[in-house]
Design a protein around this ligand. Structure first.
Ligand code: WQD
Length: 321
């Protein structure tokens, strides 16, 4: 699997191993950390380089790879606005090289990480996979282009692929696997409150019950299990070429996250209301019936469990050397 030393990837690695799969990781360790995955074979390759295709195909061959889970990608929305060409090379180019290596090594199936960012401004209460795809950022567009590429490769080369559209991933499966990057709501708030700062809410004038934005937060362990279930479904000859939402199907507002986080941490999370962040849709919540039906997966952990695990991991800090 690619990106296996990252926050989400390392959870997928553990879940695959507990399900009895053998795993080999490909990661350039630019944002990943090998200490998350001790003892797992790791091939250091920068997949955005066309030159990675040959050694990747060779590694697939040597390790007897039968399926790929492709997570390695850049995922900072703001950065993608600054560097759209680089994002395209990293995310779309990276996928193209992985698909090329798979073709060369005759590896037939792939689970690809996509994102709810492919939808853009959602008007439905629950967004289903066949909703309009109008990503608001270059990041979201690279993920959508990847979905298209996957489908085209399926037609041309017969590769069997499924795209998983992640909603808002948070939490940790073990204290040492926590998200150490301060870039999303939960980690931004944990960072602020443990430094004695008040959390910030980006606007409370949205057309929602409490005025703050609503999202669908899913536990990273549930997300990891969705990958294994999808892999099993591909191996069992299940329908391919689809995109599946991975969320809980439950909307939670920013103010609700702060309230529960305050209870869990025992710290004051009374927020400071600041201006809206550009490009934030009011509500993005997944319709989750397709993945439940096709892959027989649904999320188990609720918001409190997600936040409790995030807090436990935050307190333990980054992995020790
Ligand atoms: C969640 C909510 C903010 C910080 C993005 C990408 C998406 C995916 C996940 C990668 C929003 C609000 C946040 C803060 C706040 N990324 N907020 N105060 O924007 O839903 O999704 O990250 O795959 O593709 O678009 O996630 O965690 O940034 O924000 O009020 O200090 O929290 O406005 O409503 P988002 P987020």
């Amino acid at each position: 699997m690619t990106g296996g030393a990252g926050y989400i990837g390392s959870h997928v690695v553990r879940t695959l191993q507990s399900a009895g799969h053998e795993v080999v990781i490909v990661d350039d360790l630019s944002t990943g950390d090998a200490r998350r995955v001790p003892g797992v074979p790791l091939v250091p390759l920068d997949l955005a380089e066309a030159a990675s295709r040959e050694p990747l195909a060779q590694a697939m061959h040597e390790h007897g790879v039968t399926s790929v889970i492709h997570l390695a990608a850049r995922k900072q929305v703001g950065e993608s606005v600054e560097r759209p060409l680089w994002y395209c090379g990293q995310n779309v180019g990276g996928l193209a090289h992985v698909l090329g290596a798979m073709e060369r090594a005759s590896v037939g199936s792939i689970v690809y990480s996509s994102s709810a960012a492919v939808y853009g401004s959602v008007s439905e209460d629950l967004v289903a996979e066949d909703a309009a795809l109008e990503p608001l950022s270059p990041y979201g567009r690279t993920k959508l282009a990847g979905e298209w590429l996957l489908r085209d490769a399926a037609r041309a080369h017969g590769v069997r692929g499924v795209a998983l559209r992640y909603f808002n991933v948070a939490g940790a499966g073990a204290p040492e696997l926590g998200d150490t990057v301060v870039a999303n709501l939960v980690t931004i708030v944990l960072d602020r409150i443990t430094r004695g700062l008040r959390p910030q809410v980006y606007g409370t004038d949205y057309p929602t019950d409490d005025g703050s934005c609503i999202r669908d937060y899913v536990h990273v362990v549930d997300l990891a299990e969705a990958h294994v279930a999808t892999l099993d479904h591909l191996a069992a000859g299940g329908p391919v070429g689809e995109a599946l939402n991975v969320g809980r199907g439950t909307g939670v507002s920013v103010l609700e996250v702060l309230a529960v986080l305050g209870e869990v941490c025992g710290l004051d999370t009374t927020p400071e209301v600041v201006a809206r962040r550009v490009g934030d849709p009011a509500r993005v919540v997944a319709a989750v019936d397709r993945i439940a039906q096709d892959v027989r997966w649904s999320a188990r952990a609720d918001l409190r469990a997600i936040l409790e695990s995030a807090w436990a991991a935050w307190q333990s800090g980054p992995p020790a050397i």
